[in-house]
Design a protein around this ligand. Structure first.
Ligand code: C2O
Ligand code: CU
Length: 488
C-alpha cells in the first residue's frame, strides 16, 4: 500500500513539475514583431539634422479587443528610431504633449550637460525643448527616455522609450548586417503586467527592487516572432525594463557573436552563449541561422544572484521566452562576422589622475540620497579617473554614468570577460561585487550644469540612488545648481 501511495504521489509530482516546466515562461509566438519606424529628419541650411519628437498620450491593443492607455513619442507607444552619423550636427525638437512635465535623456550620448535631458532639463507640459549637439563618438546603439527626478520609472513604463543608432564611416565599411528591420533588428525588451486592459504597475512581491512584470514584450509586441531571410542577423538588444535583468541565450544553446556593447563595437567579436543585460544596457549580437529553422531567444537563470534573490527576483521562475526567429527555407548568404571590428575609444586607466569610490545602497550612493541642489563630485575636463563601484547591499543594483563611455578594468579584482570587455555606460553590479572602471571626461566644461550617475533600476533611481557630477576646467570652482557643495 505504501509503495502504491508513493507511486501515485510520485506520478502526481512528476505531472505537476513537468506541467510547470512546459508552460511557465513559454510563449506561443502569435504576433509578428513590430519594428519601430526610423524617425524622419530634415537637414537645415547649416547642415544640422533636425528631428521632431512629440511625447503624447495614446492607446494600443496589446491583446485583441483590449485597449490600453499608453504614452509614446510620435505615436501611441515607444518611439521611432533616431539615426545619425558621427560628425553630424543634430537637433531634436522635443515637444511635451503630456499634461505633466518630463524630460528626454539621450542615454549613452557624449554631449554638453545642458543638452543631456537629465532632471535639470525639465520640459513643461505643452512646451518644446530643442537640444542640439555634434555627434562625436563611435557607431553605437543608444537610446532615449524621460528622466524627471522621482518619476522616471512611471514615464518609461507608460511607453516612453526609443533607440538612437549612431553610425560612423569605419563601421559602415565592415561586413556586418545593416538593413534596418531586415537583417539588423532593434529589440527593445521590456516586462509588463496587465490588470484587465490597463497596465498594472503595482510593485508586486518585490518591494525592494521595483516593478517585475509577468510578461515580456519586444518593441511593444507580446509573444513575438520575426521572420528572417538572411543567413546572419544582427540583433540590437536594449533592456528598457525598469528593474528586470535578462540573461539572453537561444533555446538550442547555440553560440552567437557579440559584436557591440553600450558604447559601440568591440575590438573583436566574442562567441558566447549567454548575455546578461541589466536595465539600460545594450548589446549587438550576430546570429547565424539555418534554412527553415525556428529558434527562440530566451532569458535563462543568472548565477550571479544569491539563491534567495534568484528565486525572488524572477518571481520563482528564471527562464522564459523572449522572441522566436523563423528562418525562411532559402536564406540570402551573408558574409562571415569580421575578425576585427573597431577600436573602442575608452581609456585604459593608465593616465588616471584620481580615484573615487561609490558605495551602492538602495537608500543612496555613498550614504546620501539624491539632492537636486547638491553637486556630489567635481571632475576636471580632459582627465581620466578610476571609479570603483561596490555593492554589498544584499540586492542587485547597476551603475550608469552620463556623458561618458567607460572601460571595466576589474570585477572583484579579475579582468572582465564577455560583454564587460566592450565600451560601457551602464554595468550590472550584483551583490558582493566591486567594479573598477576607467572614465575620461573630455566634453565641454560647465560648472553650473551637472550630469548624473545612478542605479538604472528605475525604482531605486527615483528613490534617491543617484548623484551629480560637474565637469570643470582645471582649477575652476564649480558654481553648481545650488548652494550645498559637497567636496571630498
Ligand atoms: Cu538611461 Cu540617467 O539614464
Ligand atoms: Cu539599484
Amino acid at each position: 500500500l505504501t509503495a502504491l501511495a508513493l507511486l501515485v504521489a510520485g506520478a502526481f509530482l512528476w505531472l505537476w513539475t513537468s506541467a510547470d516546466v512546459t508552460t511557465v515562461g513559454k510563449e506561443s509566438f502569435d504576433n509578428e514583431l513590430a519594428i519601430p519606424p526610423l524617425a524622419e529628419s530634415r537637414v537645415d541650411k547649416d547642415g544640422t539634422r533636425v528631428f521632431d519628437l512629440r511625447m503624447r498620450p495614446g492607446h494600443k491593443e496589446f491583446v485583441d479587443g483590449r485597449t490600453t492607455d499608453t504614452w509614446g513619442f510620435n505615436g501611441d507607444h515607444l518611439g521611432p528610431t533616431l539615426r545619425a552619423q558621427r560628425g553630424e550636427k543634430v537637433r531634436v525638437r522635443v515637444h511635451n504633449g503630456l499634461d505633466e512635465a518630463s524630460t528626454v535623456h539621450w542615454h549613452g550620448m557624449h554631449l554638453p550637460a545642458k543638452m543631456d535631458g537629465g532632471p535639470h532639463q525639465m520640459v513643461a507640459a505643452g512646451a518644446t525643448w530643442s537640444p542640439h549637439w555634434t555627434v562625436d563618438q563611435p557607431a553605437a546603439t543608444l537610446w532615449y527616455h524621460p528622466h524627471p527626478h522621482g518619476a522616471t520609472e512611471r514615464h518609461v513604463q507608460r511607453g516612453l522609450a526609443g533607440m538612437f543608432i549612431l553610425d560612423d564611416p569605419a563601421s559602415d565599411r565592415l561586413a556586418l548586417p545593416t538593413r534596418y528591420g531586415i537583417d539588423d533588428i532593434p529589440l527593445i525588451v521590456q516586462d509588463v503586467s496587465f490588470d484587465g486592459a490597463a497596465f498594472d504597475h503595482g510593485r508586486g512581491p518585490m518591494q525592494n527592487v521595483g516593478f517585475l512584470g509577468e510578461r515580456t514584450m519586444v518593441n511593444g509586441t507580446l509573444s513575438p516572432y520575426r521572420k528572417v531571410a538572411d543567413e546572419r542577423v544582427r540583433l540590437r538588444l536594449l533592456n528598457a525594463s525598469t528593474a528586470r535583468t535578462y540573461a539572453f541565450g537561444f533555446s538550442d544553446d547555440r553560440a552567437f557573436d557579440l559584436v557591440g556593447t553600450d558604447g559601440g563595437l568591440l575590438e573583436r567579436p566574442a562567441a558566447i552563449e549567454r548575455l546578461q543585460l541589466s536595465p539600460g544596457e545594450r548589446a549587438e549580437i550576430v546570429v547565424t541561422m539555418r534554412p527553415g529553422e525556428r529558434t527562440v531567444l530566451r532569458s535563462y537563470p543568472q548565477d550571479n544572484y544569491g539563491d534567495a534573490w534568484q528565486q525572488r527576483f524572477n518571481g520563482g521562475d528564471d527562464s522564459f521566452d523572449v522572441l522566436q526567429l523563423r528562418a525562411a527555407d532559402r536564406l540570402r548568404p551573408s558574409p562571415g562576422t569580421p575578425a576585427e571590428l573597431g577600436t573602442p575609444e575608452v581609456p585604459d586607466g593608465t593616465e588616471a589622475v584620481k580615484t573615487r569610490h561609490f558605495d551602492l545602497k538602495r537608500s543612496g550612493i555613498n550614504g546620501r540620497a539624491m539632492a537636486m541642489d547638491r553637486v556630489d563630485e567635481i571632475v576636471t575636463r580632459g582627465t581620466t579617473e578610476i571609479w570603483t563601484v561596490r555593492n554589498t547591499n544584499g540586492m542587485p543594483h547597476n551603475f550608469h554614468v552620463h556623458d561618458v563611455q567607460f572601460r571595466v578594468l576589474e570585477v572583484n579584482g579579475e579582468a572582465p570577460s564577455g560583454a564587460l570587455r566592450g565600451p560601457k555606460d551602464t554595468v550590472f553590479v550584483p551583490n558582493g561585487t566591486t567594479m573598477k572602471l576607467a572614465l575620461r571626461f573630455d566634453g565641454p566644461a560647465d560648472p553650473n550644469t551637472p550630469y548624473m550617475y545612478h542605479c538604472h533600476l528605475l525604482y531605486h533611481e527615483d528613490r534617491g540612488m543617484m548623484g551629480q557630477f560637474v565637469v570643470v576646467e582645471n582649477g575652476r570652482q564649480a558654481g553648481g545648481p545650488g548652494r550645498h557643495q559637497h567636496q571630498h
